[in-house]
Write a protein that binds this ligand. Sequence first.
Ligand code: MN
Length: 229
Amino acid sequence: MKLAVPDWIRPTIAIAGTKTVFPVRRIYAIGRNYADHAAETGLGGQDGPVPGISLKPADSVIADGNDLPYPPATAELDHEIEMVIAIGKGGASIAAERGTEHIFGYAVGFDLIRRDLMRECIAHEHSWDLCKSFDGASPVGAIRPASEIGHPVSGTIALSVNGAPRQRGDISQMIWKPAEIVSRLSRYSRLEPGDIVFTGTPKGPAPVVAGDLIEGRIEGVGQLTIRIV
Ligand code: MN
């Protein structure tokens, strides 16, 4: 097949301890999935009939250890540390009891947000895709396969900036557990191998500036370090 424009390089995520990589298809992000963060937004948890789910561009993933140029058109770039689910097996209308069967593995991710754009978009009733869609918006560390670590249900999730603690919680605080997230997402569109899901952040997202070193870790899952430049 002849391509009319140059092909892109398929985004991938490293798989810890191997030379194999995970090809990224779609990136979903679940909102307000920790009660303490839901409370600080002033909006509460997700009790309504429609879930708060956003999409990010697949090619916004960047790997552990990379520099991230401060994105354009923003004055407030916030960090959110989140456990990332990597989907290994596709499916639609998946029952929650079978959700984990579709999960290939887990990683540490930063859901980076242009918070000032988010507020402006909400105020004007625009879609707020722009706040989550920019180059480098989705740093993700190496994936640990579930075949190796199982399906984590508890463990510290923590983020620091320049060595100072900013966010700290436990993945057991997640309102929708990974299997339920898989089930809920798959009711709206078929999940496919290569899809990844950011599963929400605990209390404490805050702005970063050029020069900041963002370090995150999830007990039993891994770590992730990015510098804003
Ligand atoms: Mn988030």
